[in-house]
Design a protein around this ligand. Structure first.
Ligand code: ZN
Length: 217
């Protein structure tokens, strides 16, 4: 069976299983959406937003592109932000990068003539790497440099989002969070908390509790 056909068969199975587990699930979905979170993540196939956060259809409004960039000059990105903040009224905007990101790594390597669109898309990453050259040069090897740049990239997108008029002008403004996902253990690290210090402490407590619970099992 080819891959698309396999996916269609799996879709039928999923729809049946979902209905069996919750007979009202699709009726609720059809009534509309009210997600609380806008997720801006990498297009990488290994970082599916719903899967890694155990979310369901309807939970997340999702925008993904190579290297989870927020570009104020891109109508694709901006329309997603505008609609989710002004119409859906999401409370949280989460930028989630990941270690081992090919797009970030490409920005540290010679650009390919075969990928003009990718080159333009990652040009701001190349510039970001240039601004942090001294720090990045201290990292041992390309993988470590790319992983540090992936973190800096998340922080940069958080900064740009918090500066954007769409986020600033909403009352109250949605909280902007910066996260990074590890392909090695499946865990997310918080780089930029959206909450104030009091809430951050509690968030960290919950994470520690969760880790302790999972390590017991
Ligand atoms: Zn990536």
């Amino acid at each position: 069976m080819n891959r698309p056909k396999r996916m269609l068969v799996e879709n039928i199975a999923w729809a049946r299983e979902t209905t069996l587990a919750d007979a009202q699930f699709f009726r609720r979905l059809s009534l509309g959406q009210s997600p609380k979170v806008l997720w801006i993540g990498c297009a990488d196939s290994r970082v599916p937003a719903e899967t890694i956060t155990n979310s369901s259809p309807g939970d997340l409004f999702v925008h993904r592109n190579i290297a989870n960039r927020f570009s104020p000059t891109d109508d694709n990105t901006m329309s997603v932000l505008e609609y989710s903040v002004r119409v859906l009224k999401v409370d949280h905007v989460i930028v989630c990068g990941h270690y081992g990101c090919g797009g970030v790594r490409a920005s540290l390597s010679p650009l390919s003539n075969d990928l003009p669109h990718v080159n333009r898309h990652i040009a701001p990453l190349c510039a970001l790497a240039g601004r942090h050259r001294d720090e990045l040069d201290k990292s041992p090897g390309l993988d470590a440099r790319a992983d540090r740049l992936a973190e800096l990239n998340v922080l940069e997108q958080v900064r740009l989002l918090r500066q954007s008029a769409i986020v600033r002008d909403r009352e109250p403004s949605p909280l902007v969070h910066g996260w990074i996902f590890s392909l090695h253990d499946g865990l997310i690290k918080v780089l930029a908390p959206g909450y104030d210090a009091q809430h951050v402490d509690r968030t960290n407590d919950v994470q520690v509790e969760l880790l302790q619970t999972s390590s017991c099992c």
